[in-house]
Design a protein around this ligand. Sequence first.
Ligand SMILES: Nc1ncnc2c1ncn2[C@@H]1O[C@H](COP(=O)(O)OP(=O)(O)OP(=O)(O)O)[C@@H](O)[C@H]1O
Length: 376
Amino acid sequence: MRTVRVYGTEKQEVKRYKHWLGKLADINLRQSAAYGFWNLCFNMLYHSTQVIAVLIGGMFIMRGNITAEQLTKFILYSEWLIYSTWWVGDNLSSLMQSVGASEKVFQLMDLMPSDQFMSKGKKLQRLMGRIDFVDVSFRYSSREMVPVLQHVNISVNPGEVVAIAGLSGSGKSTLVNLLLRLYEPTNGQILIDGFPIKEVDIKWLRGRIGFVGQEPKLFRMDISSNISYGCTRDIKQQDIEWAAKQAYAHDFIMSLPSGYETLVDDDLLSGGQKQRIAIARAILRDPTILILDEATSALDAESEHNIKGVLRAVRSDTMTRRTVLVIAHRLSTIQAADRIVVMDGGQIVEMGSHKELLRNEGLYARLTRRQADAVA
Ligand SMILES: Nc1ncnc2c1ncn2[C@@H]1O[C@H](COP(=O)(O)OP(=O)(O)OP(=O)(O)O)[C@@H](O)[C@H]1O
């Protein structure tokens, strides 16, 4: 609605709505006409059969060929027969619709769960957080012709903070999708603590990865429940507050009238605040691997502040050292990362620290200058 109002396209939308409404009315009209015609034909047949039966039957009675009782029986039986035939015909179409619908239900019931959940993988004794992408290439099945990742090799050490930078569409999110096993690499493999990810129990692994997407989803329940959502271990209110502090969310939550008990409503929180709650949710699960996908929306400045703060908190907390992957859209966010991986056209074109990459005068230096110019 907001988009329609902002672009002033109410008239076009009403026209589009009317157009589809007209098509629906047309279909309904034709359906009603066909049904009316079927009923008319049938009623004519039904009543004319009775008239003819009475006329011819009456002649036979007068000639003494049949009795009045026989004619009455004949008319009654033929009435039942005709009525039953009509009833079957009338219900046949809805019967066919039900058969079609139930076929779809059975097809869905017959679908096998993904291989990932069928095979019981390894549960490692302890996840250290090492990640290796070994010669990984990938194409989405819907666009087989387009290589999205090509021969990607990255090794991330346990506890390292690695940022992935690059132009839009260079394959940053796809890399994370593969790590979460939402897709399987077309070539190459991903290793977790040295074990092929395919051999690791998927549920176990996902339980140890915290992921905060660009547009995190919050549920209509209080902030505490939103933060503790999906956390299987026994947690207290102070754990929730600790996670909120790490995610730079505690102060704004406390400024709300009901604090942690505030009900999350669509309009209550800004995009950046929602993201901070989602980060707290991810941190509370104490993941060994934390993945942050920085928001690309207009809330970038706020998002940048969040991500910078979280990176600082993660690095300074030596008790909970975790591997962090940040997909960064604003390069100023990630200057403090241990390593920055720069992607272009599905390939890694540069890798190093912020200073090293600036010295290289490559894509990263160009992108940094471009963003600095845009801000100035
Ligand atoms: N589900 C999908 N099906 C088909 N192609 C996809 C799909 N998701 C992404 N792509 C394509 O894969 C390429 C890489 O996309 P990806 O989202 O990984 O890039 P990105 O670097 O994360 O971009 P951004 O910075 O805009 O988020 C793009 O060309 C995109 O159009």
